[in-house]
Design a binder for this molecule. Structure first.
Ligand SMILES: [Zn+2]
Length: 415
């Protein structure tokens, strides 16, 4: 099995190097915004958009010009990559199969500065070769296995990082375990397993909330764009970065443990569930700013959930296991013992008590058992059911790369 894996390392930079990195990221942002602006005008005038071919032509013209000659100081491939990304973003936005995708937006300065080399990077123990920048040392936190394919260089909270994607041939393996489990993802418990294990949620955001608020107030007192203001701004970025790292670490630990112990994992199809949950008002603390917090809570938690499922999916595949998504209707109201389904079965958030047979259980574990039973039914009903599931969530589509759709098929008029 050929897999793709990414390793992220922090780069060892100095002011000269940082200047080069920022120049690359800046030019990439400039070219994105330039084409974006032209496209905005064309959209307003109801004219056909600029696609990759034309954008590449514009890029060559700009590079030759006196005015935009600064583009020549930057390697050509990251710039072309930007044009491809923008092209992709427009195609996705007009793709009827991806209704959630919106039109690409303008990139703001220093906001997630990054650029990507589709090829040409070389690794040499503790150094990486970035074309037109040179050899750069990095903090080698682990060994890189596999063949280097591409690299993304990005700036986060005051440091530069490189994410190296490698291709690796893994032997087809049989999962060492023969167990399977259903998982219910929720707010009160982050994950509840049908075998009775529950994982408490962590909220690094809540932990650092006061610190963040204090830092934000300090920022507001400072003169905008002064040196003090910039320093304070960096402090806030570091805090946000820390919160993100905590969450990521938490998700990785749980998904690794579960994928090691279970060969097959059943989860709900998340999208439907999210909406029904928040509508039913089963958030952590109902009544206290629910309405105001709901949006925030949901977006934060949702990210956690879908990222967790994504990690479980690829980790299981690497070990020879399998993730199966099951339909999510009423898993929290159905009795795992007798199948009686009613909202009355949930006297409270935490307790499940069946009105028909008297079965009493932790509500989330009851739901996890239902998910597991549904998963078994899906597997038992044979190839068709599985084929349909796989069609919804293609296995090869792990990195969220949408399938290639020609502009004609997406209803986009040709140039
Ligand atoms: Zn029952």
């Amino acid at each position: 099995m050929l897999i793709r894996k990414a390793y992220r390392f922090r780069l060892k930079t100095n002011p000269v190097l940082e200047q080069k990195l920022f120049r690359h990221a800046g030019c990439c942002r400039w070219i994105w915004n330039q084409i974006w602006r032209m496209n905005q005008r064309r959209l307003d005038a109801k004219q056909p958009l600029i696609w990759y071919q034309e954008a590449a032509y514009w890029l060559t013209l700009w590079k030759q010009s006196e005015e935009y000659g600064f583009l020549r100081k930057v390697h050509s491939q990251p710039l072309q990559q930007v044009l491809k990304d923008l092209d992709r973003a427009y195609r996705d936005a007009f793709d009827k199969d991806q209704p959630l995708k919106r039109l690409p937006r303008k990139k703001r300065k220093h906001q997630h500065a990054s650029f990507r080399y589709p090829q040409g990077v070389k690794l040499d123990n503790r150094r990486i070769y970035l074309p037109k920048i040179g050899w750069v040392g990095f903090f080698k936190s682990r060994e890189v296995e596999g063949k280097v394919k591409n690299a993304t260089v990005s700036w986060r909270a005051g440091h530069w990082y490189v994410s190296v994607q490698v291709e690796q041939e893994l032997p087809e393996s049989v999962h060492p375990s023969t167990l399977d489990v259903g998982i219910d993802l929720g707010v009160a418990n982050f994950a509840s397993l049908s075998n009775g294990i529950t994982y408490d949620p962590i909220s690094p955001y809540r932990k650092y909330q006061n610190q963040l608020a204090r830092a934000q107030r300090a920022l507001n007192r400072k003169v905008k764009f002064s040196e003090n203001w910039k320093r304070q701004k960096r402090r806030i970025q570091r805090l946000h970065h820390k919160i993100a790292c905590c969450r990521q670490d938490f998700l990785h630990k749980i998904s690794t443990t579960i994928s090691e112990n279970q060969a097959v994992v059943f989860v709900e199809d998340l999208k439907v569930r999210n909406m029904s949950r928040s509508a039913a008002g089963t958030l952590d603390e109902p009544g206290r700013n629910v309405r105001a917090k709901a949006g925030l809570n949901r977006s934060i938690l949702d990210q956690g959930w879908s990222e967790f499922v994504r990690q479980l999916d690829y980790k299981l595949q690497w070990k020879g296991g399998w993730l199966v998504k099951v339909p999510a209707h009423h898993t929290s109201q159905e009795c795992a013992a007798c199948g009686h389904t009613s909202p009355d079965n949930r006297p409270s958030q935490a307790v499940f008590h069946c009105r028909a047979c008297g079965h009493k259980e932790h509500a989330d574990i009851n739901a996890a058992k239902n998910i597991r039973a549904r998963g078994h039914r899906v597997l038992a009903c044979g190839g068709n059911g599985i084929a349909r599931l796989l069609k919804q969530e293609p296995v090869g589509n792990r990195e969220g790369v949408p399938p290639v759709v020609s502009p004609e098929a997406a209803g986009i008029p040709p140039l």
